[in-house]
Design a protein around this ligand. Structure first.
Ligand code: RIB
Ligand code: CA
Length: 303
C-alpha cells in the first residue's frame, strides 16, 4: 500500500499500524489537518518512531479549488500536539508525491492507495495518469459518511477538497470507504489509551500523550464521546484486518455544488430492487476491541 496522509493524530496511528502489518511501499503527505510542511514533518517523526524506512514524499499544499483550511482546533498548532516529539532523523525523499504514486503503481501490481486526508494527491495522480484507476487494487479511504463533522453534511477530508473527492469516487477503481458513521464507533477511550501506553516502554507514554491531547479535543467538543475517533486507522485495518469489519455495497457520489451539502458523500441506501450500481464498499461496523488490540500490537513492535 501507499499511505497518503495529513498527520494528524489518527493518521499517525494509521502509519504505525501500516508499518507493522502492511507492505508499506511508501508514504505521501498532503495539507489537511495542518500545512504540508507540518504534516510532512509529523510523518517523518512517526516513521522514525516505528522504525520504518519507507519512502516519504510530500505532495499538495492546498486543495484543487478552494483555499486551504487547517484543523488546529482538533490537532493543535503542530498538527500533532500532546507530546515532546523527537526531531525527525531524515528529510522527505522528495516533494513529488504524485510522481511517486504513479511510478510505484506502474512498477507494482496490486497496490492499494490508502488516503487518510484530503484526496488532492490521489485526484492529481488519477488525472495525470488515466491508466492508474485500472492498475491499482483499489482505494481504501477515510472520508465522508452518513453524517458530517466540519458541516452537518460534510466530513473534513471530503469537505476540504470536494472536487478531488468527486474525481476519486467516480474513477472506477474499487473503493473502500471508512466514513464517520463507522469511525465514530472506534474511539480511544481512557482504558484503550492506557493500553497503548503500556504497550511500549519507550514510545508508549509519548503516544499516549498524543492521544490524551486528541481526546480532549474530542470530548470537550462532542456529546457522548469517551475519546477521539481513530478515523484513519480504519482505512488501514480494512486491508490488514478485513475480518474486523461489516460492510455494504452502495452507490456513493460527492456533492460539490450544494449550499448546505458541498463535500457531502451521498450514499444511496434506498431499499429498491432497481437502484444505481454500487461504486463503493461502505464500512458499517468494526470490532473495536480487536482493532485496538491491533493498534497495541503495532505500538509494541516499535523499536
Ligand atoms: O474527519 C476526520 C478526518 O479529518 C481524519 O482523517 C482526520 O485525521 C482529519 O484529517
Ligand atoms: Ca487524516
Amino acid at each position: 500500500m501507499i499511505l497518503d496522509c495529513d498527520p494528524g493524530h489518527d493518521d499517525a496511528f494509521a502509519l504505525i499500524v501500516a508499518a507493522k502489518f502492511a507492505d508499506l511501499l511508501g508514504v505521501t503527505t498532503v495539507a489537511g489537518n495542518a500545512p504540508l510542511e507540518l504534516t510532512t514533518r509529523n510523518a517523518r517523526i512517526i516513521l522514525d518512531l516505528c522504525g520504518s524506512r519507507a519512502a516519504l514524499h510530500s505532495g499538495a499544499n492546498k486543495p484543487l479549488v478552494q483555499p486551504p483550511v487547517f484543523a488546529d482546533y482538533v490537532h493543535g498548532k503542530s498538527g500533532m500536539d500532546g507530546a515532546v516529539l523527537p526531531e525527525p532523523s531524515r528529510p522527505a525523499d522528495s516533494t513529488r508525491a504524485i510522481d511517486f504514486i504513479i511510478d510505484t503503481v506502474r512498477a507494482n501490481s496490486d497496490v492499494w492507495l490508502v488516503p487518510t486526508g484530503p484526496l488532492t494527491n490521489i485526484a492529481l495522480a488519477l488525472t495525470r495518469a488515466p491508466d492508474l484507476a485500472k492498475r491499482i487494487a483499489g482505494i481504501s479511504l477515510m472520508g465522508g459518511g452518513r453524517l458530517g463533522n466540519r458541516t452537518p453534511t460534510a466530513e473534513f477530508n471530503i469537505w476540504l477538497d470536494p472536487e478531488a473527492a468527486a474525481t476519486v469516487f467516480s474513477c472506477g477503481a474499487p473503493i473502500t470507504m471508512a466514513g464517520l458513521h463507522l469511525t465514530h464507533e472506534f474511539q480511544a477511550s481512557p482504558t484503550r489509551i492506557a493500553a497503548v501506553e503500556a504497550s511500549h516502554p519507550r514510545v508508549g507514554s509519548l503516544l499516549a500523550g498524543l492521544l490524551r491531547f486528541f481526546s480532549k479535543s474530542y470530548v470537550d467538543r462532542h456529546v457522548g464521546f469517551v475519546g477521539p475517533a481513530m478515523h484513519d486507522v480504519c482505512s488501514v485495518l480494512a486491508l490488514t484486518h478485513a475480518h474486523l469489519f461489516e460492510s455494504s455495497q452502495k452507490f456513493v457520489a460527492v456533492d460539490v455544488n450544494g449550499n448546505h451539502t458541498r463535500g457531502m458523500t451521498v450514499i444511496d441506501d434506498r431499499q429498491l430492487v432497481q437502484r444505481p450500481a454500487a461504486t463503493a464498499t461502505v464500512l458499517e461496523r468494526i470490532d473495536a476491541d480487536a482493532g485496538f488490540a491491533a493498534i497495541c500490537e503495532a505500538v509494541a513492535a516499535c523499536p
